[in-house]
Write a protein that binds this ligand. Structure first.
Ligand code: ZN
Length: 237
């Protein structure tokens, strides 16, 4: 992801606002109900996104000081913390989301150009410059704003972010290449995207936002596959 941090910081702010808007649209009862992500209620999504802000804050600390601070101590700990976090009182959960997002934004604002260029390691083990942190956060707040199942859908996400997300998801799926080969042909954009994988590529057509939802492993509508059915994809993130 080579987009300038000014752009990804703007997406991060916009995504945070969308997430908070989606969260406000849900009452406490709906938030406690099972959602679209397997095994998770809305409460789990909120606990995860708040913990993600602090985890990315660890990477900001790493970039600022040079002291290696990983996102999570282990993936088991990450999952246990989401479970514990999801059981906090709803008011605390909602407040924790807003305050953790503000803390992360504040720490990123304080980075110098030299610190932005420093390398850190993501939870997936990729080594990336600190400039990637606001992109990682944008992805989390935007996509999980939709996962919450409130008023925000993929159609509400900014078009340039959607295209960048499709760049990212098709690139990742191409590295693993463990799904079917795809060609994605938006009906509302001149560009096409490809994901490497098994077999002859299936061409999928539909609105760009819905193609992006599909490749991100989210429910999508209005998609058509040339000569057949839209293939099911393996899990992404
Ligand atoms: Zn996530």
């Amino acid at each position: 992801m080579s987009t300038a941090p000014e752009q990804t910081l703007a997406w991060m702010r916009e995504g945070t606002d969308l997430f908070l808007k989606a969260l406000e649209s849900l009452d406490d009862e709906t938030l406690a109900a099972p959602g679209t992500l397997p095994g998770w209620t809305g409460r789990h999504v909120v606990a995860h996104v708040a913990a993600n802000a602090d985890a990315l804050g660890n990477l900001v600390h790493w970039a600022r000081t040079g002291e290696e601070t990983t996102m999570y101590s282990s993936l088991e700990q990450r999952d246990a913390d989401i479970e514990t976090g999801s059981q906090r009182p709803a008011t605390e959960l909602r407040h924790g989301m807003a305050s953790s997002a503000a803390r992360l934004a504040g720490s990123l604002d304080a980075l110098t150009p030299e610190q932005w260029a420093r390398h850190v390691r993501t939870a997936q083990g990729r080594t990336v410059p600190a400039t990637e942190i606001p992109w990682m956060r944008s992805r989390e707040v935007m996509v999980h704003a939709v996962d919450l199942g409130g008023v925000v859908t993929f159609d509400d996400l900014p078009a340039d972010f959607i295209a960048a997300l499709l760049d990212d998801t098709t690139a990742r799926r191409s590295v693993g290449a463990d799904g079917p080969a795809l060609e994605l042909a938006p009906t509302d954009d001149d560009r096409t995207w490809a994901a490497l994988g098994a077999g002859h590529p299936t061409t999928i057509r539909g609105p760009l936002a819905q193609l992006t939802a599909y490749v991100s492993g989210r429910p999508a509508t209005g998609l058509h596959a040339d000569g057949g059915t839209v293939p099911t994809l393996p899990r992404w993130l």
